[in-house]
Design a protein around this ligand. Structure first.
Ligand code: FCB
Length: 434
């Protein structure tokens, strides 16, 4: 099955969050292997998907999805990060791709979803070149069957949580220079891989974008909103679409860490290599308040009890079980902006919520309904939306937050590994069929 004109209705996962079997078939170590969740859990078993993948493909088919966004574990294909190729790893994903295609499910393949080989470090420029080699290996192995590629998942989160907050592997805290260096190397890696792609599918990057709203009409809050938008969104979007790094944010970085001398001649051209689409992961808006003098950035994100009228909303705000405010219109705003400001064709590559109810997850149904409506609104405003992938197919290892935070359309009993479709999964099926 090749790409048609149909919209992709997908479910999303990532390798480390579901696979387990960290020692199987010659896999090398990743930086996440020994980075436990707050509760001390690891991805050693996760959803045991590496062994149960056939059943999981059946599940995806049972949900009626026609797309599956998953990631390839770099350390399975190149156990040392580069050089020697582990065939068993290559063959594993080849079989997965075939099984999906047999069921009419389009693979949407992410090359890097955080499980970096333990031999590598994103602070090193060389890692971007190792990534391009790894990408080439994947293109050679799977391009004949894969139409949708994503290079890097959420570069902002990799730098922010890995090097500023120390919450994600490699767990470094407070290193602003490392953060911005890593952002650059991730974008460079994306550009290098995009330049080498010769297939007839589409390649893009998955950014977690946050629509920004000022907490009040106070000019300081409005300015903080603009500044934070440069930090979270435009630091990635602008260079990807050929505009270089936004000046204001660049100046703010230089004030703290000195010259950004890791940006070499030609890098911005590479980063702006033309892509076929933009992946957007949407979870939450950022409502910004100025906090003059705060380090490293003079602002904070607030969770408003209600939306300021300038954002067009006055109703009360409901949150997911993880405390994330639910604001479907933010997704419409993001999609419209990607289209209007950057001319992007977009795919919603992640969107989902934490709810603990094992099977009768009414709130997830509402969440899904309202966000799909938000996508429809964007389509109505002329945005070219290629698809929507819900996060996640099934409950899984939610990084630092471990197994307690359940995002799945399918419930996983971690004692027995039994999968059960939740009410939201049934609802999604009806929605797709309709
Ligand atoms: C995103 C990640 C994904 C998952 C969801 C909940 O930031 O890409 O792996 O953790 O959040």
């Amino acid at each position: 099955m090749r790409r048609g004109d149909r919209i992709l209705w997908g479910v999303a996962t990532s390798a480390f969050q579901i696979e387990g079997s960290l020692d199987a078939d010659g896999r090398g170590k990743s930086i996440w292997d020994d980075f436990p969740s707050d509760a001390g859990e690891t991805g050693a078993i996760a959803c045991d998907h590496y062994r149960r993948w056939r059943g999981d493909v059946d599940l995806i088919a049972e949900l009626g999805a026609n797309a599956y966004r998953f990631s390839i574990a770099w350390p399975r294909l190149l156990p040392e990060g580069g050089g020697r190729v582990e065939r068993r790893g290559v063959d594993h994903y080849s079989r997965l791709i075939d099984a999906l295609l047999e069921r009419g499910i389009a693979p949407v393949v992410t090359l890097f979803h955080w499980d970096l080989p333990a031999t590598l470090d994103w602070r090193e420029r060389d890692t971007a070149y190792r990534f391009a080699e790894y990408a080439q290996l994947c293109f050679d192995a799977y391009s004949d069957r894969v139409d949708w590629w994503l290079t890097i998942n959420e570069p902002w989160i990799v730098g922010l949580l890995g090097f500023l907050h120390g919450l994600h592997a490699p767990g470094i805290k407070g290193d602003v220079r490392a953060e911005v260096t890593v952002f650059h190397h991730l974008l460079l890696a994306h550009g290098l891989a995009t330049e080498t792609y010769r297939g007839d599918g589409d390649i893009g990057i998955a950014l977690n974008l946050c629509p920004h709203y000022a907490a009040s009409d106070d000019p300081a809050d409005v300015e903080a909103t603009h500044a934070s938008d440069e930090y979270v969104n435009r630091w990635f979007l602008d260079p990807l679409y050929g505009r270089g790094y936004p000046e204001g944010m660049r100046a703010r970085y230089e004030e703290i860490v000195g010259e950004l001398d890791f940006i070499e001649d030609g890098d911005l051209r590479t980063i702006a290599a033309p892509t076929g689409y933009l992946g957007i992961n949407y979870y939450a808006p950022r409502v910004m308040q100025a906090v003059p003098g705060d380090a490293p950035w003079p602002w904070r994100v607030i969770v408003p009890g209600e939306w300021p009228t300038t954002a067009g909303f006055t109703g009360g705000i409901v949150s997911t079980e993880a405390g994330t405010p639910i604001f479907p219109r933010g997704l419409t705003d993001l999609l419209v902006r990607a289209h209007r400001d950057y001319g992007a064709r977009v795919m919603v590559t992640e969107n989902g919520a934490v709810y603990p109810e094992p099977l009768h997850d009414r709130r997830r149904i509402e969440f899904l309904r309202d966000h799909v409506d938000a996508v429809r609104d964007a389509v109505g405003q002329g945005v070219d939306v290629l698809g929507y992938c819900h996060w996640s197919l099934m409950d899984n290892f939610e990084w630092k937050l471990g197994y307690a935070q359940r995002f799945g359309l399918v419930h996983v009993d971690y004692d027995t590994q039994e999968r059960t479709i939740k009410d939201s999964g049934r609802y999604y099926k009806e929605l797709i069929a309709g």
